[in-house]
Design a protein around this ligand. Structure first.
Ligand SMILES: [Zn+2]
Length: 480
C-alpha cells in the first residue's frame, strides 16, 4: 500500500471506528490500484414510527395525510395513515415535518465530484477537457474518495437512490472502488459499467470485467440495494460512427447478460441524421434502454423513443449550464415516454440538489408554455420519486410510501426560515427546500440522517479524504 493510500486507510478507520477488512470487493484489482479499506458497518434496520407529520405518500390511493404516521419495521413500511398503532416502538416526532419518499436520481457521474468548480471559462478548461485531463490520473482510491463525496452529499440532501454512470473504469479495481463508495454510504440504486472516459474508439469497454461483476454481483449488491447495468457509448463519437463490431459487441453483451443499458444521445446539433433516429434504425432502443439528454430530438424521434419503450433521463441544470441544448421534458412526457431527472455531474452543476433540479424543470416548462401552470409541483415531484423508480426498475420496492414497500423516506423541516410559514407542503418541497432542511433520511429502514446530522458518517472525514485525493490527482496530472 502506498503511503498516501495508507493515510487514507488509517484516517477512514479512525473516523468510522470499525475494524476488519472487506477483501471481496477489492481482491482482483490491478496491482497499481489495489487498496484495502476497513469495513463500514451501516446502522441496523430498527422499528420506529414517525408521528404527527404531513405525509406525502405519492400514491394515488393514499394521497396526502395531514397529521399522519408512518410505521417502519425491519426495513419495510408496515403502516401509513392518520391513526397508526405502534405501541412501544421508537417515536420520531413529525410535528413541523413533511414526510415524503426519498428522492431518486436517474443519472449521475458520481466519480466527477472531485472536479467540482473546475470547469473553467476558456474552451481548453471547459467541462470535457477538465474531466478527461484528470481521469487518467485517478487511482481506485481516488474513485472511492470522489464517489463517496458524491454519495454522502446526496444522502445529506435527501437522495436515497442513485444511478452511478461510471465511465472511468481503467481497471476492475476502479469499478469496485466506485461501487464500494456507494455501498459504504448505504444508498439504493443502480451502478452502470462504462468505458474509461478517454478510451479508444477501437476498443470495447472492459467486457470481461463487466461479466465477472455480473457473475459475482451478489458480493457487490449490498443485500440487493444496488443493481448492475451497462453505461454504453452508443454508436456515435461526435458525428462519426464507432466501429460496428465495437458498439454491437458491447450492446449484445449487455443484452445477453440481461443488463439494462443507459446511453447518452442527443446533444449533438450538427448531425445530418438525428442520433436517436440512428439508434432506432438499427433497433438499438427498447424497454431496457435509458436515453440520457435527448435535447436535439425531433418530434419524430420522440415518437421513436415512445414506440421503442425506452425511458429518458433529462438533466435540466447541466444541459443548460453546458449549453448542450434545451431540455425537452414536456415533449417527452406528453408523448408518454417515462421521464426521470438527475444531477448529472458536480464538475458542471456544482452542488448536489435534486430539489433545485426540480425548480429548473418547472421553470423551463412554464416559460416555454408561457404559463404558470404547465408543470405542477406535484407532477414535478413524481419525476424524482415514483416515475424515477420506474426508470431504474425499483417502483415495486420504493418511490411511494405504501405498506409493504421498502422504507426509503425523508423528513423535511418546515420550521426553518426558508420554509416558513407552513402552507402547501408539495409547493414547499419543490420550491423552497434546500439540503439543510432535510432533517431525516431513511434508506431501506436504516436511519442514515437524523435531526439534521448523518448518523454513521463524519462529513469532515469524507471531505478530507477527497481533498487528499484531488491533490494527488493534480500532482499526477502535473496540473497547476
Ligand atoms: Zn451524463
Amino acid at each position: 500500500m502506498c503511503e498516501i493510500c495508507r493515510r487514507g486507510f488509517l484516517g477512514g478507520m479512525a473516523a468510522v471506528g470499525t475494524a476488519g477488512v472487506i477483501p471481496v470487493a477489492f481482491a482482483q484489482g490491478t496491482s497499481d490500484t489495489r487498496f484495502e479499506r476497513p469495513a463500514i458497518t451501516l446502522p441496523q434496520r430498527g422499528e420506529f414510527v414517525v408521528t404527527n407529520a404531513y405525509v406525502i405518500t405519492m400514491d394515488p390511493q393514499l394521497g396526502d395525510i395531514p397529521n399522519g404516521s408512518v410505521h417502519v419495521r425491519n426495513g419495510a413500511i408496515v403502516a401509513v395513515g392518520a391513526s397508526v398503532e405502534a405501541p412501544g416502538v421508537q417515536v420520531i416526532d413529525g410535528r413541523s415535518r413533511i414526510v415524503l419518499p426519498g428522492l431518486i436520481d436517474t443519472h449521475w457521474h458520481m466519480w466527477h465530484t472531485l472536479f467540482r468548480g473546475m470547469s473553467g471559462d476558456k474552451r481548453e478548461d471547459g467541462f470535457f477537457p477538465t474531466v478527461t485531463r484528470f481521469s487518467g490520473a485517478m487511482t481506485a482510491k481516488d474513485m472511492y474518495a470522489s464517489t463517496r463525496l458524491a454519495a454522502v452529499e446526496g444522502l445529506n440532501a435527501g437522495i436515497t437512490s442513485i444511478h452511478s454512470w461510471c465511465h472511468n473504469i481503467r481497471s476492475r479495481a476502479h469499478a469496485e472502488a466506485d461501487i464500494r463508495a456507494i455501498n459504504d454510504t448505504g444508498l439504493r440504486g443502480r451502478w452502470s459499467f462504462g468505458q474509461a472516459i478517454d478510451q479508444s474508439a477501437e476498443q470495447t469497454i472492459r467486457l470481461a470485467d463487466m461479466e465477472a461483476l455480473h457473475k459475482d454481483w451478489g458480493a457487490y449488491s449490498n443485500e440487493g440495494l444496488l443493481s448492475l447495468g451497462m453505461a454504453w457509448r452508443g454508436i456515435y463519437r461526435g458525428n462519426a460512427y464507432l466501429p460496428t463490431e465495437v458498439y454491437k459487441t458491447e450492446f449484445d453483451t449487455a443484452r445477453r447478460l440481461g443488463l439494462p443499458i443507459t446511453v447518452h444521445i442527443g446533444t449533438v446539433k450538427t448531425a445530418t441524421v438525428g442520433h436517436i433516429e440512428g439508434h432506432a434504425k438499427q433497433n438499438l432502443l427498447g424497454p431496457d434502454v435509458n436515453i440520457v439528454h435527448g435535447c436535439s430530438a425531433s418530434a419524430a424521434e420522440i415518437q421513436m423513443v415512445k414506440d421503442s419503450g425506452a425511458s429518458m433521463s433529462i438533466l435540466p441544470e447541466t444541459e443548460m449550464r453546458g449549453g448542450w441544448g434545451f431540455p425537452l421534458i414536456g415533449e417527452f412526457m406528453s408523448a408518454g415516454v417515462p421521464v426521470g431527472l438527475g444531477v448529472d455531474t458536480s464538475a458542471l452543476g456544482g452542488d448536489v440538489n435534486l430539489f433545485a433540479v426540480l425548480k429548473f424543470a418547472m421553470a423551463i416548462e412554464n416559460v416555454r408554455a408561457g404559463s404558470e401552470f404547465k408543470l405542477t409541483a406535484r407532477r414535478a415531484l413524481e419525476l424524482v420519486t415514483i416515475d424515477a423508480a420506474r426508470i431504474v426498475g425499483t417502483d415495486k420496492q420504493v418511490g411511494s410510501l405504501v405498506p409493504g414497500k421498502r422504507a426509503d423516506l425523508i423528513l423535511v423541516a418546515t420550521d426553518h426560515l426558508n420554509m416558513a410559514v407552513e402552507s402547501d407542503p408539495v409547493h414547499l418541497v419543490v420550491e423552497s427546500t434546500q439540503p439543510a432542511n432535510v432533517d431525516t433520511v431513511v434508506v431501506d429502514g436504516r436511519i442514515l440522517k437524523r435531526s439534521g446530522k448523518l448518523t454513521h458518517i463524519q462529513p469532515t472525514e469524507v471531505v478530507d479524504e477527497a481533498r487528499v485525493a484531488l491533490a494527488d490527482v493534480r500532482k499526477r496530472a502535473n496540473w497547476r
